[in-house]
Ligand binder design. Structure first.
Ligand code: ACO
Length: 320
């Protein structure tokens, strides 16, 4: 059986780290409020010369180095982002060119915070059908550029960054690789989380708007459901999971979702304190962080999950 096996991960963060206390000078908020409601202590914000594209390229190069590969070894690049450098062309084509991987498949996927799960599942399908041998799947965002910095209910929650994984189609029968994935969307709740502009409506980029409390409620229910679906399909019980790497939106959502699955909080990778919510970048950033610091090891069974605007959500089970 052909599976998409993980060969390496990488990530990139902007130079500028902004603490909650520094935000107190910008908006009417407090370090105590932000930490208590979200678990966030700091975030990285893109500055001069830093874009979704540059972060994606840096994360991709780091992942390729770990995998021991060059750009020319990659036949498929998918970038998950809701904050591309331009409306078009796709960020993936900039990454492709920067890596010298020209000629293969390259496109962007837009599913907001669940974008990385959508991109990973798409790449897995393409690899298993033989469209390419190796893929780079990247989540990259600069949400700081679509935040309303006058709106304290949203601007304190997000950060910028990128994470990348290299996958290879492999026939090796050692049970490694992506074991199962599920994706969902439900367009009826768009007014709870959206951007109030776009090329075909206002002709502007727009700003992020969110009714946080309602999003929270939907997130816990949808995530618990999709995680159980993936476990059922893979014939695995939640107690067999070594690590869960969730979308890093809010510490309380992470805890509530783990509790619903009966998983101890020690099995949940948490980076929201350091990176805040980096949308499509958050899952690969957290995965890379936990692999680099030695928590996640080869052979571990890891569940990735995310939910965001749309609503769109999904989960993937992977043996590292
Ligand atoms: N600093 C200080 N006070 C604030 C701030 C702030 N930054 N923001 C809001 N408040 C105030 C509100 O004005 C309100 O005051 P009031 O009671 O006097 O009206 C009070 O704090 C409570 O506001 P709530 O919105 O009810 O606070 P809540 O406990 O729900 O926490 C939060 C808000 C953190 C946004 C929470 O609802 C949440 O995390 N929701 C999930 C959002 C999310 O995860 N989105 C991302 C998923 S999708 C994606 O990643 C794009």
């Amino acid at each position: 059986m052909i599976r998409s096996v993980l060969l390496g991960t990488g990530s990139a963060l902007p130079r500028n780290c902004v603490t909650n206390s520094e935000l107190e000078e910008r908006v009417d908020t407090s370090d105590a409020w932000i930490q208590e409601r979200t678990g966030i202590r700091q975030r990285y914000l893109a500055g001069e010369g830093e874009t979704t594209g540059t972060l994606a390229i840096d994360a991709a190069k780091a992942a390729l180095e770990v995998a021991g590969l060059k750009g020319e070894d990659i036949g498929l690049i998918i970038v998950a982002t809701a904050t591309p450098d331009q409306t078009f062309p796709a960020v993936a084509t900039s990454v492709q060119h920067a890596l010298g991987a020209n000629g293969g498949i390259a496109f962007d996927v837009q599913a907001v915070c669940s974008g990385f799960l959508y991109a990973l599942t798409t790449a897995d399908s393409l690899l298993r059908t033989g469209a390419a041998k190796r893929a780079l799947v990247i989540g990259a965002e600069t949400f700081s550029r679509i935040l309303d910095w006058e709106d304290r209910t949203t601007c304190v929650l997000f950060g910028d960054g990128a994470g990348a994984v290299v996958l290879e189609a492999s026939e090796a029968d050692d049970a490694r690789g992506i074991l199962g994935s599920k994706l969902h969307a439900d367009g009826q709740h768009q007014e709870l989380l959206y951007v109030d502009g776009g090329p075909s409506t206002t002709g502007t980029v727009g700003k992020l708007r969110m009714k946080g409390r309602e999003v929270f409620r939907h997130a816990v229910v949808n995530l618990a459901d999709v995680l159980n679906e993936v476990l059922d399909e893979a014939g695995v019980s939640s107690s067999q999971i070594d690590w869960i790497v969730p979308h890093q939106a809010n510490r309380r959502i992470l805890d509530a979702t783990a509790k619903k699955l009966g998983l101890p909080s020690e099995k949940v990778v948490v980076t929201v304190d350091k990176h805040a919510n980096t949308s499509a970048a958050s899952v690969p950033l957290a995965l890379d962080t936990a692999i680099k610091d030695g928590r996640i090891k080869k052979g571990d069974l890891v569940m990735l999950e995310a939910m965001g605007g749309g609503f769109a959500w999904g989960a993937s089970l992977i043996r590292i």
